[in-house]
Design a protein around this ligand. Sequence first.
Ligand SMILES: Cc1ncc(C[n+]2csc(CCOP(=O)(O)OP(=O)(O)O)c2C)c(N)n1
Ligand SMILES: [Mg+2]
Length: 320
Amino acid sequence: MDRIRRYSKPLDSLQSMLLIRAYEERLAALQAAAGLPGTCISVGQEASAVGVVAALNGDDLILTNHRSAGHLLARGADPGRMMAEVMGKRTGYCGGKSGSLHISVKALGVVLTSTIVGGELSLATGVALSQRMLGRSGIVVCFFGDGAACEGIFHESINLASVWKLPILYVCENNQWQAFVHRRETMRTDRIASWAAGYGVEAVTVDGNDVQAVQTATAEATAHVRGTSRPFLLECSTYRLRGHFEPDDQSYVDPAELAAWRTKDPVEHMKARMLQSGELDAQVLAGIETEIERQIDTAVAFAKDSPYPEFDQMTTDVYA
Ligand SMILES: Cc1ncc(C[n+]2csc(CCOP(=O)(O)OP(=O)(O)O)c2C)c(N)n1
Ligand SMILES: [Mg+2]
């Protein structure tokens, strides 16, 4: 039974970030051991995922991109069913037919993961239109990358959402990379948020590695969307600490830039902040980390022990 994850205190956000980090690092380790198909993971971007999702309501809808595990787990997805999906097992969220790149969890309001870069932008805009036409209260939240922002579909979608006054929050996770290309090579600005004014859309850039700052900015942004039924663009400035996909030796990455961003690791940042302020005790933290590792062990075992889909299910639940 899937339940939307609730966030009432800073420790809830830290636990969610730790779960995402542990899940993705385990996926990468399994991949390296040749036990699993390659996936795009979001190590370094956990604060952006958790900060945004923590500020949403239960009836809000999420559409996301190929780096979606953090968004799904932050919303409450079960790591076992996620892992099973990646392994192509019947118990996965989409019956083993989506892998990591198309995963959706209807019960949690996660409508889809798009592996077409920018694909989620126009689809989310359409979902926002349908929310309004059906008189539904939930707003739409669309995660996309800086690479997607350079595509025409971003500009068409945000323009239409502005003209049609659609209830949608666009969340650009600017992680500085677009597969193997640095964003410096594809845009003439450091701030994607600066483009929104041209479409009459309000926007803000937030430190995407500070989960509390992201949550606060998202709460303000969603209040704006709900109050005005107009779109808003939130840009989370962050960094992809690992490769585009696993495995990736990151030989194309400037080591100095990578090292600088490593010092801003959002998970370590939050841990240090809470330990320093006395909100969290080192022993309690160790206990939480052990429990999360156990949860991941259970997830892996569940996925490995699950059956593959039957041959006669080959054409069910897919377009044929
Ligand atoms: C339309 C399209 N073009 C190219 C690709 C190959 N591709 C997959 S991810 C990616 C980079 C996307 O960069 P960004 O939007 O910044 O997301 P990030 O990977 O950084 O999370 C590319 C070019 C694709 N999947 N779809
Ligand atoms: Mg990117």
